[in-house]
Design a protein around this ligand. Structure first.
Ligand SMILES: [Zn+2]
Ligand SMILES: [Zn+2]
Length: 166
């Protein structure tokens, strides 16, 4: 292709148009990947894989039905039952782990909601308005001037600097 192009270029300017035409054909062949033999092979293989997968699914279903109809007829039955009990045990472990994870998450959420006293650091239970250790005001309040959220007991607003009423 390159040699062919070179020949056409050296053949004179009148051949340049033809050479460019060849070049454009070459480029559009590269762009139209579906004409590429590699791509065609890949697509054909993908189609076979898809069909084989469907075939395998049907065989699996036939196998399930046959085994359900006459389990004694299959020597693999014992191994199968062993696998099934291992699967059940593994599923139980996963469920336990999920439950533990949820519990831990809820515990940490509850701990987060508990109000930390800004004055003495005592962790008070949720909903308490005054520290059960030192009596300081707890919770959130808003700035009397700009409305920014403040920790109860803050003497000045962190947003606008306004001194807060006692
Ligand atoms: Zn306190
Ligand atoms: Zn403010």
């Amino acid at each position: 292709m390159a040699g062919n192009l070179f020949g056409k270029f050296s053949g004179g300017l009148e051949n340049l148009g033809g050479a460019i035409g060849d070049l454009v054909t070459g480029i559009s062949k590269t762009v139209l990947l579906k004409d590429d033999p590699d791509v065609m092979v890949l697509e054909a293989q993908r189609e076979i894989d898809g069909l084989k997968k469907q075939e395998a699914e049907i065989f699996i279903e036939i196998g399930r039905q046959a085994f359900a109809a006459d389990a004694q007829a299959y020597p693999q039955g014992e191994k199968l039952r062993q696998l099934q009990s291992e699967i059940a045990a593994a599923e139980e472990r996963v469920n336990t782990l999920i439950a533990q994870r949820e519990e831990a998450k809820q515990a940490s959420e509850t701990a987060e909601k508990a109000t930390l006293c800004p004055s003495c650091g005592h962790r008070n239970q949720e909903g308490v308005k005054f520290c059960q250790e030192c009596g300081a005001k707890l919770g959130k309040t808003s700035c009397a001037s700009c409305g920014a959220e403040l920790t109860a007991g803050a003497r000045f607003c962190g947003s606008c600097g306004q001194k807060q009423p006692e």
